[in-house]
Structure formats: structure tokens, C-alpha cells
Write a protein that binds this ligand. Structure first.
Ligand code: AMP
Ligand code: MG
Length: 421
């Protein structure tokens, strides 16, 4: 278990910016230490525990980048200005995977194929498309740069080079690199374990019978899906009623058995919001009044050393605060390098007024204009309870704290949903 101190999430100010939240999390949350060894086929999405240095150069040997003819470039030194081509006898043939052959004789060319080792002495390859054959000789045009079409040993990655950093969240291309080094397994941090509750008397689980004033719990399934995408092992702890005592005992019973407790709902400051009081009775809690819309507030706590995050109940607020608070916490607990979200510049096709000193997220669809420019079209409605506004859009336009007005044609930053988790 990653044991965190009770004041881990302490914060003095009245409002918290998104950047402050991310930096508090990144600096104060410590990673789980357990390491496991997994095969490459199970490595995608896992967090690399130790740096991997290249045990061999890539490519491991100098080879041809094309199908063609390998020569010694010195043989092609131009003697006469008007000389347009040079014919060399073809002596030898080397395929991919062939054992290295003897040196190419001066004044000769060797037939060679992509990926085949360069014969000793040869340093340049003519593409087969650029030559013609004439009675056992290959006719080469002049002017090809020495070294052309050759991949030098180590030109991709030299031996000993730090190739994958500890904390890397492995992607398919990272797994490919480990395989290229001949590794069969990698050492990764264990998956972090997260318990998820929903809170609210109005909620029932899908499949249960729904009373007239009840709705099916959707947040829990959204949050669990997001956590799984982040590589967590998720425990589904169902729905808790709006009751301080039962909330407190449920929280206490899971604290210490896993790495993070995540709840949704019940953290506003209404009298039926019991999560805050429940956490306070079994641990410590601070309300982060986040300068974010949709969003605030988010309850941050420690129960028996285990971090607790209480997200708002409105689905869109829950989604957005997950991205800015839960995601960095999960990455920190999992030992992953923080992955900063980098918005892509697009053109706004809407007018939007906002409060200064608050980060706002606008749900948008992208469309490509005639001139190829990408335009963000705002979803017509803004309610934080509208699930359709997340389902029917491509992502979020991020409007920084300093912005008060967006007008059509202005450049804004877009974050696609796929990049958020
Ligand atoms: P709360 O944060 O508990 O005040 O909830 C705010 C709004 O979000 C209310 O309309 C709730 O019904 C709704 N809500 C809370 N939890 C969920 C959930 N798990 N799934 C869907 N809607 C929810
Ligand atoms: Mg509630």
C-alpha cells in the first residue's frame, strides 16, 4: 500500500486552480513500490519500473535500406564531367538474413535486398529502380551520395543508450522496442487497486428495479471504465446511501486494503451531502474548491493512509474532475510519469463568455472547413448533468483562466476524449 500522510492534500487558499491541483498531487502522492515481471504480450499499458538501456545497437548490424546494388562509393569517383553513368560487373548476391559474405571486390557491385547485411567494403546502395542491367553488369547513374540507402548499425539507438525511462506508460511502440532488444519480459509496477462507490438515495444499479424518483447509476460505470483504461484494478463497491454512519463504516472497511478510494456524489455542501462528514469521522478531509467548470468541489482525503477522492455527482463534472484530479493521482500512485495534456489548436465556431480566473471546458465537435482548418462546434446545451453532451461530442475545448470571451474565428485548444485517459 502507498501510505500517505494525513496532511497530504492540505491546501490553504480559497480556490484551487487546475495546475495547483496537479502539482500538489504530483509532488505529494507517492508510488506503490511492488514490482512484477510481465511478458511482452501483457506489457501494453503497464508502467515500466526500471529504465531499459539498449543491450545492443539498433539496427544490430549495418544493412541495406532498399532492394538494389551495393558498391564501394570510391569506385564511382567521377573522372570526366560528361560521364553520366558507370557500369560495374555484378559479383554476388546477399539476401536478408544471409550470413555476412566476403568483401565486395573493388570495381564490383553486389546484388542486395532490404535488410541484408552490407558486404564488407560496400558503403552505398543504388535502388534497383534507378539502375539497368546490361550483360551481367549493372549500369549506375552518377551523383548518388556516398552512404545512400544504408542503415548503419546503431543509427536508430546506440548500444547502452537509455531507451525507455522508468515511469513510462508502455505503448505498443515501446513494447516493440523491448522486443527489438530481444527482451521477453519487462519489470513493471503492480497495478494499483481502486475501490469505486456511488452515493445517493436516488440511485439504483442497472438491472435493479427503479422507483419513480430514481435513476440508474451511470457515473460508477464511467469512472470504472476510465480507471481500467488507466491500468487500474477496480473493485466495484456499488451504491451507498446518503447516510453518514453507513458511509463511514463502508469507507473504513476498505481503507488500508487498496490504493485509492473513489466516490461520486454527495460532496457539495448541501445538508444531504454526507460524504464529507463521513470521511472526516474516519480520516482527514479537505474540500478542494476548484476553479474549474464544470466541476467543483472535489473532496480529497486520507483514510488510514489510503487516499480518498470524492468527485461531484453530475456526470459531466465527474468526468472533467476525474481527468484533472483522479488521473494525475492514479499516475502518481502507479509510478507513472505525469502526462501533461496538450491541447491542439483549432478554430472556435462559437461565442462563449466565461468568468476570469476559472478554467472552463466546452464540449465540442470538430468539423473540417473547406480550407482544411479544423473548427470546434459547441454542443448546444451546457448542463453538467447532460450525458448526451459527452456522448455526442469529440472532446473538450480548454479555456484558460485568463480568458473572458471567445469569439468565432479565435484559436482555442482542443483535447480529444481519447487523449484524456
Ligand atoms: P450530488 O453531487 O450528489 O449532489 O449529485 C448531483 C447530481 O448528480 C444529482 O442530480 C444526482 O442525481 C446526480 N448523480 C449523482 N450521482 C450519480 C451517479 N452515480 N450517476 C448518475 N447521476 C448521478
Ligand atoms: Mg447525492
Amino acid at each position: 500500500m502507498a501510505q500517505l500522510s494525513d496532511d497530504c492534500f492540505a491546501f490553504g487558499g480559497p480556490m484551487m486552480s487546475v495546475d495547483e491541483a496537479v502539482s500538489i498531487i504530483a509532488t505529494r502522492v507517492t508510488a506503490v513500490q511492488d514490482i512484477e515481471t510481465v511478458s511482452l504480450t501483457a506489457a501494453d499499458g503497464r508502467i515500466l519500473a526500471k529504465e531499459i538501456s539498449a543491450p545492443l545497437p539498433l539496427p544490430p548490424f549495418t544493412n541495406s535500406a532498399v532492394d538494389g546494388y551495393a558498391v564501394r562509393s570510391g569506385d564511382l569517383a567521377q573522372v570526366a564531367e560528361q560521364e553520366q553513368e558507370r557500369a560495374l560487373p555484378v559479383a554476388g548476391r546477399v539476401q536478408a538474413g544471409a550470413a555476412t559474405q566476403g568483401p565486395v571486390e573493388p570495381g564490383h557491385a553486389v546484388r542486395i535486398f532490404t535488410g541484408a547485411p552490407m558486404p564488407q567494403g560496400a558503403d552505398t546502395v543504388f535502388m534497383q529502380e534507378d539502375v539497368r542491367l546490361d550483360q551481367g553488369r549493372v549500369v549506375l547513374p552518377m551523383g548518388l551520395k556516398p552512404g545512400a540507402n544504408v542503415r548503419m548499425a546503431g543509427e536508430d539507438i546506440p548500444a547502452g543508450h537509455s531507451a525507455l525511462a522508468a515511469g513510462q506508460r508502455l505503448r505498443p511502440q515501446d513494447v516493440a522496442l523491448a522486443a527489438a532488444f530481444g527482451l521477453t519480459h519487462v519489470e513493471v509496477r503492480r497495478r494499483i487497486r481502486v475501490a469505486v462507490f456511488s452515493t445517493g438515495n436516488e440511485l439504483v444499479s442497472p438491472g435493479a428495479s427503479r422507483g419513480a424518483a430514481q435513476l440508474f447509476d451511470s457515473n460508477r460505470f464511467m469512472l470504472m471504465a476510465m480507471l481500467v483504461r488507466l491500468g487500474c484494478e477496480v473493485s466495484d463497491l456499488g451504491i451507498l446511501r446518503d447516510d453518514r454512519v453507513s458511509l463511514a463504516s463502508a469507507l473504513k472497511s476498505v481503507a488500508g486494503t487498496l490504493d485509492l478510494i473513489l466516490t461520486t456524489g454527495g460532496v457539495s455542501t448541501g445538508e444531504e451531502d454526507h460524504v464529507k462528514a463521513a470521511v472526516e469521522s474516519v480520516g482527514t478531509l479537505v474540500l478542494w474548491r476548484m476553479a474549474i467548470k464544470p466541476g467543483r468541489p472535489v473532496a480529497m482525503g486520507i483514510i488510514g493512509g489510503t487516499p480518498f477522492i470524492g468527485l461531484p455527482g453530475n456526470p459531466v463534472a465527474s468526468f472533467v474532475t476525474f481527468v484533472h484530479v483522479v488521473r494525475p493521482t492514479v499516475l502518481a500512485l502507479a509510478g507513472a510519469a505525469q502526462q501533461h495534456l496538450i491541447p491542439m489548436p483549432v478554430r472556435a465556431a462559437f461565442t462563449y463568455k466565461k468568468k476570469i480566473a476559472r478554467r472552463e471546458y466546452v464540449r465540442v465537435n470538430l468539423r473540417r472547413c473547406e480550407n482544411g482548418v479544423l473548427e470546434a462546434v459547441k454542443f448546444p446545451r451546457e448542463g453538467a448533468g447532460l450525458l448526451s453532451s459527452l456522448v455526442d461530442t469529440d472532446g473538450l475545448v480548454e479555456l484558460g483562466e485568463e480568458i473572458t470571451l471567445v469569439e468565432p474565428g479565435q484559436t482555442v485548444g482542443f483535447l480529444g476524449y481519447a487523449n484524456l485517459i
